[in-house]
Write a protein that binds this ligand. Structure first.
Ligand SMILES: [Zn+2]
Length: 125
């Protein structure tokens, strides 16, 4: 009974964590690039807001202990945010060549979405 309640609570918490990250990413995307790119900025903010948590997919291929060690490690580091933001920003600028936003704008949006994701996860260990 207790473990079932605990699992239900943690599952709900996982969904709420993901929903929070999606909404926060969309808000950051809108705040940073909404004036230049409109809804695309919010959409990509929402998508990028969930990317760091995709490390849970590793759990399908490794032991639970390894999964615990991997989740919220490299994908939730500022090093990853600094490294990935230019690459993702470049790809998004190539995708929206005719958009008003410059490559640096897409890079900053990406970095800020990742940085806010990491900051929020610091509160929900
Ligand atoms: Zn996370």
């Amino acid at each position: 009974m207790v473990s079932a309640t605990f699992c239900a609570a943690t599952s709900f918490g996982g969904i709420m964590d993901s929903l929070t990250q999606i909404v926060l990413g969309a808000a950051v995307g809108e705040a940073v690039l909404g004036a230049k790119e409109g809804r695309k900025a919010a959409l990509w903010g929402a998508i990028l807001g969930t990317v760091p948590d995709l490390d849970v997919l590793v759990g399908f291929f490794v032991s639970p202990v390894t999964q615990l060690a991997v989740h919220r490690s490299a994908s939730h580091s500022l090093v990853m945010a600094v490294w990935a933001a230019p690459i993702v920003g470049l790809l998004l600028k190539k995708l929206y060549r005719k958009g008003k936003a410059k490559r640096i704008n897409w890079m900053w949006m990406t970095f800020l979405v990742f940085a806010t994701h990491i900051s929020i996860d610091l509160c929900t260990v």
